[in-house]
Structures are given as C-alpha cells and as structure tokens.
Design a protein around this ligand. Sequence first.
Ligand code: DGL
Length: 270
Amino acid sequence: MKYSNAPIGVFDSGVGGLTVAREIIRQLPQESVVYFGDTARVPYGSKSKDTIIRYSRQIVHFLQTKNVKAIVIACNTASAFALEAVEAELDIPVIGVVKPGAKTAIETTKNKRIGIIGTEGTIKSELYTKYIRGIDPEIEVVGKACPLFCPLVEEGMLNDPVTDEIASRYLKDLKEENIDSLILGCTHYPLLRSTVGKIMGEGVNLVNPAYETAVSLGKLLEEKGICAEAEHQSEYSFYVSDAEEKFKAFANSIMPFHIELIEQINIEEY
Ligand code: DGL
C-alpha cells in the first residue's frame, strides 16, 4: 500500500472521540481511519496526568501495529495531559484537539473574553488557558468543569429537560462573565451544542474543537505531503477495550454510516 494511503489513528477514552472521527470522515473522505475507544478505562476526565500518559502510550503502541501514518488524540483530557509525552516518542505526526479549538477561539473573540467548558481534568490542567494566553496575554479565559455532561450524552439525553436544568446550573456563572466565545472543550459537548447555545445566547460563538481538529489535520497532512490519493477507497475500523454493544449503539446513533464490526482488544498488552 502507498504510504500516503495508510490510515489515520484516532483515539479517545470511549465514544466521545467519534465526534472527531466523524468530522475527519466528513472533511477528508479519502482518508482511512482506525478508531480506538478505551471503553474499559473511561472516564479519563477524573484521572491523574500520569495515568492518562500511561494509557495514551499503550494506545499509541496499539495504533502503530495498524501502520497508521498520523495520530489524532481525539480526547480533550488526553490532549491536555499526554500530547507532549506522546509526540516526543513518535516519528509520525500527532495532533490533539486542544490547540485547534483554542486557535479558533483566539481568532474569533472580539472582546478578548473566552470561556471553556470541559472535564475536571481538562479544566484543572489549564492547558487551554495557558495556550491561549501564550498567544495573546490580554485574553481572559474562564473555565468551568461540567462532569455530568458526558453521562447525559451517553444516555442519549440530548434534548431533555434534565439536561437543560443541569446545563443552566453549570453555565450560570459563565453567563455573567461577558464571554463572546465558548470552547466546547470535551468530545461529548458538540452533541449538546443546541442546549448550550440556547442558554448562552446568540452573542456567544460556540467553538467546536472536533471540527477545527479535522481542519488542522487536513492542513497537516498536506504540509507533510501524506494526503491519501483522491481515488483511494477509504476504510474505517473500530476497536474498543471493553464489550462493544454500548459503543456500537452510540456509534450508530451519531455516525453517518452503519458500523457492524467492532473488535475488542486487551489494551493492557501494549
Ligand atoms: N473524552 C473525554 C474528553 O474529551 C471525555 C470523557 C472522559 O472523561 O473520558 O475530555
């Protein structure tokens, strides 16, 4: 196989990274994707940096056995904690979801006040804040962890009064911060876009890191001269570390095609 037609490795703690995978598939249809969801060890959002680095290393080793030409860390928490460590050990390009989302927020804010919502790990790491302020120190960044959003999304409660109520409580303080851009800094949150948008109002631009990551990936592949050929027949494969039924149901509710085959592997072996 021609090297440029090799797959992109995409990984997340579970189903959330599928929001990134579907953007990659939509924007770069000629690219093949190998997706790994660490369903046995989810959630990452409440775990320590050392643990996330160890998990990410194992997943990268697994993806390398699939001869991937690039890796996307499709998890905000893993991007915040493990991108640097993993990048230093790889000789293929690797990108996370934090920088692409942060860059867009910097470009779109007019009043230099950006909000970020994510898991406890992502918010505590302050990586979004550090990255944004490293580029423009005048920007104020206000973060808020929303730990109940992931389980609500995974339960399919996207348009539900319970989700509306919880979102109103989480976003109450942010609403008073006069932000004009809000980064949906967790893989699951783009699926709550309309709920969050309703609460924050029209004056707040919602930034979807999943979308921005796919844009950045396209540019990166072009820069490196490793875009798949236009006539390349793309293939998609899915791996998980725990029983695949729940993953399958969720995947088939958000992906643009039906997924039948999902393989369970023992990630601790890598
Ligand atoms: N994928 C994670 C993230 O984007 C959310 C789920 C988890 O906590 O593992 O941070």
